[in-house]
Write a protein that binds this ligand. Structure first.
Ligand code: CTP
Length: 412
């Protein structure tokens, strides 16, 4: 399944897509398309000001449903009550400061705000605004109110804003919005605010050990599971989410700081440094156990017919060092990508690895042809140092991530 494919996930659902009056509205046309392609029935409810950015015909054509902003069109149908009642999820994106304020205070002066009052399904707000507006005490209080009532309010991303300025306030990418909505459709309780105040460190991707300036020894890890862990941690309220990413080409999830590394040695240094202030470290990266010695400054030339032997030396075991130097109360989570062999199956190797690694949790998943690496779905078992074992059924990687955070939160 490709990166752009959003179909991994929930069964067809009725989605209300509330579009606020912000420039990011144009990006929501792409999210709408992804929802429809995934088989969902989407009713778009823009605000009056949203229509100044993207017109009603665009929403109607992409959703194949009529579009209204006020409560007076088709009044015989009582749309201001019906649309909210029938929804499986309401996604408000971009959620402007004004919309968040109206929702927090229960105002109902158009079809979208009426819908928010009548909906009893999960509600996902995706804010987008300038940094000053996001950080204003009024917005901070409104977001807190909405979260307290059970709505999911995503953290905005940092980056380029409408003008030449950059900062926090950018809308998360459409694919991230779609995946988060699908996660809530699959598991309405997947994003509880149970990581509030926690500092979370995750490693993702696969390291590359240079043989020479153009060649390397690497592995097939795509980083998708580590990125999903980071996105879900941010959505569950973690105060700080740091992602040490080895050779990953994925968009940075909203609310996440990415430190890019290449080799196992670089990953080792970055993780050990960031771990000093982390409450939990999740080692989802596929780290090379060995590296070629003397990776020279020059390209290895083909000399004669005999290949030159590759001599390897050992890399540090990052997880083992984390276990040896851990702060009191710090939780350590390892991953074990196993194939099983004549000695035993995937779980057998996982149990042995947990005993060897002495981390708090070991997330075991089967890898190989058509499994885990590079895909959008995953399945596995979380082994606890206390002997517990919980199965994670096959599903999208953010659902898998939610199960890992459930296990971490239980330990807290
Ligand atoms: N890991 C690490 N440092 C390494 C190798 C692995 O921190 N040099 C971490 C991985 O990120 C993962 C866990 O250790 O969380 C298990 O990795 P894995 O490669 O499965 O374990 P190994 O100890 O290398 O065992 P083996 O390769 O023999 O299965």
């Amino acid at each position: 399944m490709s990166d752009s494919n959003a179909s991994a996930g929930s069964a067809p659902a009725r989605i209300v897509l509330g579009v606020g009056g912000g420039i990011a509205a144009y990006k929501i046309a792409d999210a709408l398309r992804k929802f429809v392609e995934a088989g969902h029935d989407v009713v778009v409810v823009p605000t009056e000001s949203a229509l100044k950015f993207v017109g009603a015909p665009t929403w109607a054509a992409l959703s194949h449903n009529p579009v209204a902003t006020d409560v007076w069109s088709h009044a015989e149908d009582v749309p201001h009550v019906r649309i909210g009642r029938e929804a499986d999820i309401v996604v408000v994106a971009p959620a402007t400061a004004d919309l968040l304020a109206k929702a927090a205070n229960g105002l109902a002066d158009d079809l979208l705000t009426n819908t928010l009052l009548t909906a009893r399904c999960p509600v996902l707000f995706v804010p987008a605004m300038h940094t000053e507006m996001w950080e204003h005490p009024a917005t901070v209080a409104n977001v807190a109110t909405l979260r307290q009532r059970g709505a999911t309010v995503l953290e905005p991303a940092s980056g380029r804003l409408t003008g030449a300025d950059t900062g926090k306030g950018r809308m998360p990418e459409p694919l991230e919005i779609v995946r988060t909505a699908q996660l809530l459709l699959t598991r309405a309780d997947a994003l509880p605010l149970d990581l509030v105040g926690r500092s979370v460190l995750i490693s993702a991707g696969g390291t590359r050990e240079p043989l020479d300036p153009v060649r390397f020894l690497g592995n097939a890890s795509s980083g998708k599971q580590g990125y999903a862990l980071a996105a879900v941690a941010a959505a569950r309220g973690a105060a700080r989410v740091t992602l040490v990413a080895a050779n990953v080409e994925l968009p940075t999830p909203a609310g996440v700081e990415v430190i890019r590394v290449g080799t196992a040695a670089q990953l080792h240094d970055a993780v050990l440094k960031a771990a000093v202030s982390a409450d939990v470290v999740v080692m989802a990266a596929a780290v090379a156990d060995f590296r070629p010695i003397n990776a020279g400054a020059f390209k290895i030339k083909k000399s004669g017919d005999e290949p030159a032997p590759v001599v390897l030396e050992k890399n540090a075991d990052v997880l083992a060092e984390l276990v040896a130097t851990r702060r009191p109360g710090q939780l350590l989570v390892g991953f074990a990508a196993e194939t099983g062999d004549e000695q035993g199956d995937v779980l057998h190797h996982g149990r042995q690895k947990l005993a060897r690694k002495r981390c708090d949790l070991l997330v075991v998943n089967a890898v190989g042809a058509d499994k885990a690496f590079g895909r959008d779905d995953n399945a596995g078992v979380i082994l606890g140092a206390d002997g517990s074992e919980r199965t994670i059924d096959p599903g999208p990687k953010n659902l898998f991530a939610a199960a890992v955070w459930d296990a971490v939160a239980d330990l807290w």
